[in-house]
Design a protein around this ligand. Structure first.
Ligand code: HPA
Ligand code: ZN
Length: 332
């Protein structure tokens, strides 16, 4: 079987992609010129999460108007359609924009317009997940949540990203409890190889009771956590290409071990403009490094739909389409 063609055409679900991390250089330069702002161009060469974030946030200054946010999300969704993505759950970082004077409605208005247009014109379904920046205060996160409430219908859940060091889940327990009571689903980054990774993952699961974990592969070090994640059916949104940039390797061995032990592992692209791989490239990189079978690649996509935040009717239709694709490809 031609694995590249099989993965390329497989109907795919992406659960961990930051819209601001899809800002490709060409669009960045065009928007910066249009807005008359000086923006440092990302140079790469990151060695960890902190050094990546140091290039990531300054580049966002190119994003100013509602049209800019629309164009960013639209460019991602066009790319996603070209990779046979049928559903995407999209992180966005409002505080990275409101903190420099861009109003919340400008950000979400642009993103929402792209989501609606993609459903209509590309057949790609997408939902937005609001991420709080964990290196800012819990009060700032709470006021951002309050600002988001009028837009509840456009936001499926909340997440937590940015620098994990010194910013454990407990800091945001009250914000997440309030978000839950407002009807949002909950996820949280538990980044790779952080100081206190295991304690933070346990806190996210036991204290905050998240519905999903972004990254989180460090659970391999703790069999009890693996059991807990498996028993609860918690999804891990793994990003192998990203891992290879912010740590020494892509953690293919760990990801494959968790997948093979029955954990609902999924594969996504994280910040594809910075790490150079969209979801197809992430799946292929993992498949090559961990010797995944076509059936395991289908399982990753089955997991993604099962732990997605889609309405059941939509999820079941996409699961049926995935099974039909897999059956057809195997007999072809
Ligand atoms: N981790 C933390 N913050 C981020 C990430 C990530 O993977 N991507 C963009 N912001
Ligand atoms: Zn991420």
């Amino acid at each position: 079987m031609d694995l590249t063609a099989f993965v390329a055409a497989m109907p795919k679900t992406e659960l961990h992609v930051h819209l601001e991390g899809t800002l490709e250089r060409e669009l960045l330069v065009r928007l910066a010129e249009r807005n008359g702002v000086q923006v440092p161009l990302p140079e790469g060469g990151f060695t960890d999460l902190t050094s990546f974030l140091a290039q990531y946030y300054p580049a966002m200054r190119a994003l100013v108007t509602e049209d800019d946010f629309f164009e960013l999300a639209w460019a991602y969704l066009v790319k996603a359609a070209s990779q046979s993505v049928v559903h995407a759950e999209l992180f966005f970082d409002p505080q990275a924009h409101t903190g420099r004077g861009v109003p919340f409605p400008t950000v979400i208005g642009g993103y929402r317009r792209a989501v609606v247009k993609a459903q209509r014109e590309l057949g790609v379904h997408a939902d937005l997940i609001l991420c709080f920046l964990r290196d800012l205060t819990a009060e700032h996160a709470m006021s951002t949540l309050m600002e988001a409430l009028p837009y509840k219908d456009w936001i499926v859940g909340v997440g937590l990203d940015s620098d994990e060091r010194g910013n454990p889940p407990a800091k945001f327990a009250a914000v997440f409890a309030r978000a839950r009571s407002e009807g949002f689903l909950l996820t949280m980054h538990c980044d790779i190889d952080q100081p206190g990774s295991i304690d933070n993952i346990r806190a996210a699961l036991v204290d905050v009771e998240v519905d999903r974990i972004d990254h989180g592969t460090n659970i391999v070090e703790d069999p009890e956590l693996v059991d807990l994640v498996r028993e609860r059916g918690i999804g891990l949104t793994c990003c192998p290409v990203s891992n290879g940039f912010v740590t020494a390797d892509m953690k293919a061995v760990e990801i494959a071990a968790l997948l093979r032990s029955g954990v609902k592992v999924t594969v996504s692209s994280d910040d594809p403009a910075y790490f150079g791989g969209y979801v197809t490239e992430n799946l292929l990189a993992l498949a090559t490094a961990a010797d995944l079978t076509p059936e395991e690649l289908v399982q990753l996509q089955r997991n993604a739909l099962e732990v997605s935040w889609l309405a059941p009717f939509r999820r079941d239709a996409l699961l049926a389409a995935l099974e039909a694709y897999a059956a057809g490809a195997v007999t072809a």
